[in-house]
Design a protein around this ligand. Structure first.
Ligand code: ASP
Length: 342
């Protein structure tokens, strides 16, 4: 199968066989068959992904660094009160308190920084960057992370928006018929565990690579729970010699398999980003003997700007997992591969 077909190039000049391939697989693989695509920024998708790309591209297109680009991109999403899975406006823990996880990694130096369970700071990825650049540590959590951020001038702010509070309250009221919290009479709330995260990965004009993963984590988590996002090698991994990868979805599974590190290692060993993401999804499935009731998703970009995306599980008939790509051809959403459908 040819993975060297960019969607635009492909849609323009498709053969019948090519079209069949496209329809059967319902995803597009995008690459740089002949040319190196640099600079480039990719995210794990959605409207927020396109917005993050815009901000990151602003930096990349004027020759800025991948590190500055991913931070700018991630900040846009973190500051968006409408996004309930990242930064300000994120869904809180079981006690109604927003706790954020974020990591950053620089492919050139292979240095990294992260924060876990950080409260009251709207842009945890910027705090993570300061851990990387202004401390001799990689990861700070909880109270220590907050103190460190405040020492660097971050303002403490309430991160719980009205929207997130209402979602949390409905969850709490619906938890048990045996407690004293009553749901409202018109209650149409379906209890679903909100999740979501954004990965922002970039390769700049000079071939330097950087990435950020930022999230409010699993909705209604036990206070203090830290997911994969701030764990280097799990939610994020970057190496200038190879590329970058990020994960979203059920963090516990990603931690156990060192997911993003494994995607990068797969690329180091010769896989395309697409093959590398699919391989790690398959490993997760194998560890569960083919039975999974959760999903994880990986996005990856290699140093030449070839991209890939796969998820463990998704609805039958739905498009594959989305991811967004901004390079000199524009800012677009693409769809990767779902391994198990239900
Ligand atoms: N991976 C995140 C976590 O486990 C959540 C998500 O991406 O939905 O905290």
């Amino acid at each position: 199968m040819s993975e060297k077909i960019s969607r635009r190039g492909f849609m323009k000049g498709s053969t019948k066989a090519g079209l069949a391939f496209y329809l059967i697989n319902k995803f597009s693989l995008r690459s740089n068959a002949q040319e190196i695509q640099r600079p480039i920024v990719i995210t794990s998708g959605g409207r927020s992904g396109l917005e993050a790309n815009e901000a990151a591209w602003e930096v990349l297109s004027r020759g800025g660094s991948a590190l500055d680009a991913v931070e700018k991109g991630a900040n846009v999403v973190e500051l968006d009160p409408e996004n309930t899975s990242v930064g300000y406006g994120g869904i809180p823990n079981e006690e109604g308190v927003v706790e954020l996880d974020a990591s950053i990694m620089c492919g050139k130096t292979r240095n990294a920084g992260s924060v876990g369970g950080l409260r009251n700071i709207k842009t945890p990825s910027s705090a993570a960057r300061l851990v990387m650049e202004r401390s001799d540590h990689i990861m700070l959590v909880g109270e220590g992370a907050l103190k460190f951020a405040k020492a660097h001038g971050f303002k403490e702010e309430d991160l719980l928006t009205e929207r997130a509070r209402k979602i949390w309250l409905r969850w709490k009221e619906n938890l048990s018929p045996n407690d004293d919290w009553f749901p409202p009479e018109d209650n149409k709330y379906e209890i679903e565990r909100p999740q979501g995260t954004i990965n922002v990965l970039a390769v700049d004009t000079y071939g330097n690579i950087a990435g950020i993963t930022t999230t409010s984590g699993l909705g209604f988590k036990i206070p203090g729970r830290v997911g994969d996002s701030p764990i280097i090698g799990a939610g994020l991994y970057v190496d200038n010699e190879v590329g970058a990868a990020g994960a979203t979805g059920r963090g516990e599974e990603v931690i156990k398999i060192c997911g993003s590190y494994q995607v990068v290692e797969n690329m180091r060993n010769g896989m395309t980003p697409q093959q590398a993401c699919e391989d790690v999804c398959r490993r997760i499935i194998k560890w569960h003997n083919g039975k999974v009731n959760f999903s994880d998703k990986f996005v990856a970009v290699n140093k030449d700007g070839l991209t890939g995306c796969a998820q463990v599980r998704g609805r039958k008939g739905a498009r594959g997992p989305s991811y967004t790509v901004f390079d000199k051809r524009g800012n677009e959403t693409y769809y990767g591969v779902t391994i198990i459908t239900y």
